[in-house]
Design a protein around this ligand. Sequence first.
Ligand code: SF4
Length: 320
Amino acid sequence: MNEILQVKNLKKYFPAAGGTLHAVDDVTLSINYGETMGVVGESGCGKSTLGKTILRLIQPTAGEILFEGQDITFIDQKKFKALRPKMQMIFQDPMSSLNPRMSVSQQIAEPLCIFKVFDSREALYNRVLELMDTVGLARRYFDTYPHELDGGRRQRIGIARALALNPKLIICDEPVSALDVLIQAQILNLLQDLQKEHGLSYMFITHNLSVVKHISNTICVMYLGQIVELCNTKELFGKTLHPYTQALLSAIPIPSLKNRREKMLLKGELSSPVNPKDACRFAPRCPYAKEACHNSSPELVDVGGSHKVACHFVKEINGI
Ligand code: SF4
């Protein structure tokens, strides 16, 4: 078995004013051992909800989540506790995910204490130092507090906490979007090095397609709770097929005066994820929308290679 994670027709709905909010709607994907899947989309597209549902931080509505072949979709939290060390999360804003009253060492030691990994204080102390070294956090910060550190160092604490229990899968929820560009590059490099060293698998959630270009094996693009394009990274950047992904890609600045890319500006309103009708959810903003797009929702279908796209007119639009 190559897949560490398989998600099949996963749904997460929330009650909302006027109906039901379809935050994650029929999502199917898989992540191979030692690989990274980038999950990309605008704020509110359901990507973070997808990550939290997979980790059972919120309860799924329907579908299947298989971790190393084991169905974990609805297992009770007591049973899931045994799996928790293998599946960890790195959060977007390190300041709000850390406890301001705990020192760096206490934050890193916390998961080890909860799971009673060590019998002696000395072994715990040594493991915390080892984790600080692993994530490049100088030992002089052992007794400092999050507010005394910059964003990059705070995120390193979050990464050390996620690594503490030797996980196999880490869901990184916008781990660099609160950081400046230079620090972003450092954290991305660190995550890649850790992946090579520890054979980790990542789901990397971001709103920025360019961030995942160099670290993902596959990319899944989400729009209003659904996957609209899914394929390996090379193919996605070589031939972007869905109009929404094309718009996302056109928004990435190219640092060259000669090779300018024409920006595809999206007009129109985002449709509501509450009681969505049977139609393409991107139709109100899609420059290629036709009547059929407003009357039926496109399925995510194979269009060759590793490429899957949800668009009624993908062949016509791209001449394939
Ligand atoms: Fe655009 Fe229609 Fe394709 Fe949706 S199905 S992306 S509206 S062309």
